[in-house]
Design a protein around this ligand. Structure first.
Ligand SMILES: *Cc1c(COP(=O)(O)O)cnc(C)c1O
Length: 402
């Protein structure tokens, strides 16, 4: 056997598949920034753009206060732990952050992970087995889907945001020992807010637990930014919350699961991404702690974000663009056609605005869009400049009246 040829086959095959992706226009490339993340960013082609596509909801990612808080924590606790949490990788700052997250979210206890992807990957398998049922929204995040795959529980999928179908699935799961409904608190492609009041009512009626993934909500949804459960008045009725430190809450990285102490203690014993992966860097733990203190003391950033969102939504709709209605800082501007969405995003780039076009398979066929994400860091002048660019590009491409 020619083993070299055999190995070459592998690489040739991969190259072929990559070519196919390129031909289909589905090949993803990275845009390289040479500045901090922020309301404006500098790209490596030297251009400065207004950034409307980061999950930097509270504007903290490049904020000087975060750099200082991270420096301070690094100074005190060092650069890293070179250990998982349960061997010698837990510092005071990790315990303080778990405590602060629990109380911010209104939950009993909390466990940190390197990412929300890990939190979701490690939450189901330790808690549920073949006697149980997981009832999951059809559009839940990839990390929830992967986490459910790692667990032996029976899977039930309900149509996205469809409460009648959720009830049908709960009935179908009736014979199971424990049942848990799982949903994103906010769905990032549409900015759709899960109907947690109705979900909690259905859960009560059918004796099910409720889990929400709050990656696009923690820090700014609800009157004091606690999340979708606060927004819907169901704090105290949610059993498990997963979330990220990599979006609104600072933007570096890190994730968490918050729940009753029996759940968190079980995860500390059995959750594989916790047991077998390194501790969160002290810089991130310390800076995240500073974020929670700041958000607990004042709703200023959250309020500014929602002010920017309301302004942008009103202005862009007033120009004649079709947007998905709602209140979330994710604002999908609908183009429906994939090449048109790409052309529109490219023209906006030329006009100094960074947005991303989304099309199939990331969103359903015929639902192509550019997704705008507002930030507390955007000034009114930046939003007005971005809106001018939307107006110009929209007229040029015949999307709105000339
Ligand atoms: C971003 C996101 C994640 C992953 O978060 P990381 O901390 O970056 O791993 C998980 N779930 C949802 C809903 C997200 O939007």
């Amino acid at each position: 056997m020619d083993t070299t040829a055999k190995k070459n086959d592998f690489y040739t095959e991969l190259a072929g598949k990559l070519d196919t992706l390129r031909e289909q226009g589905l090949y993803k490339t990275e845009r390289v920034l040479s500045s901090r993340q922020g309301a404006e960013v500098r790209c490596d082609d030297g251009r400065t753009l207004i950034n409307l596509c980061a999950n930097n909801y509270l504007g903290l990612s490049g904020d000087e206060s975060m750099v200082r808080a991270a420096d301070y924590a690094t100074e005190q606790y060092g650069y890293g732990l070179s250990s998982v949490r349960f061997i010698c990788g837990t510092q005071t700052v990790h315990k303080q952050l778990e405590q602060a997250l629990s109380s911010f979210l209104g939950m009993e206890d909390c466990i940190l992970y390197a990412a929300a992807f890990d939190a979701n990957g490690g939450v189901f398998e330790p808690l549920f087995d073949e006697n149980d049922a997981i009832i999951s929204d059809a559009l839940n995040h990839a990390s929830i889907i992967d986490g459910i795959r790692l667990c032996k529980a029976a899977r039930f999928r309900y149509e996205h945001n469809d409460m009648a179908d959720l009830e049908r699935q709960l009935q179908a799961a009736a014979g199971k020992r424990h049942k848990i409904i799982v949903t994103d608190g906010v769905f990032s492609m549409d900015g759709t807010i899960a109907q947690l009041d109705r979900i909690c009512d259905l859960a009560d009626k059918h004796g099910a637990l409720v889990m929400i993934d709050e990656c696009h909500a923690s820090g700014f949804m609800g009157a004091t930014g606690r999340g979708t459960h606060e927004h819907h008045g169901v704090m105290g009725r949610i059993d498990i919350i997963t979330g990220t430190l990599g979006k609104a809450l600072g933007g570096a990285m890190g994730g968490f699961t918050a729940a009753r102490k029996e759940v968190i203690q079980t995860l500390r014993q059995k959750s594989r991404p916790y047991l077998f992966s390194n501790s969160l860097a002290p810089a991130i733990a310390g800076a995240s702690l500073a974020v929670l203190e700041r958000l607990s003391a004042s709703t200023e950033l959250r309020d500014r974000l929602h002010g920017n969102t309301a302004y942008f939504r009103k202005e862009i709709a007033g120009m004649g663009f079709i947007i998905k209605p709602g209140t979330h800082p994710v604002v999908p501007v609908m183009l429906f056609d994939a090449p048109l969405a790409q052309r529109f995003a490219a023209r906006l780039y030329e006009l100094g605005v960074l947005v991303t076009g989304f099309f199939y398979p990331v969103v359903p066929m015929g639902q192509a869009r550019v997704r705008v994400q507002l930030s507390a860091a955007h000034t009114r002048a930046q939003l007005d400049a971005a809106l001018d660019a939307f107006r110009q590009a929209g007229k040029e491409l015949g999307l709105i009246p000339a």
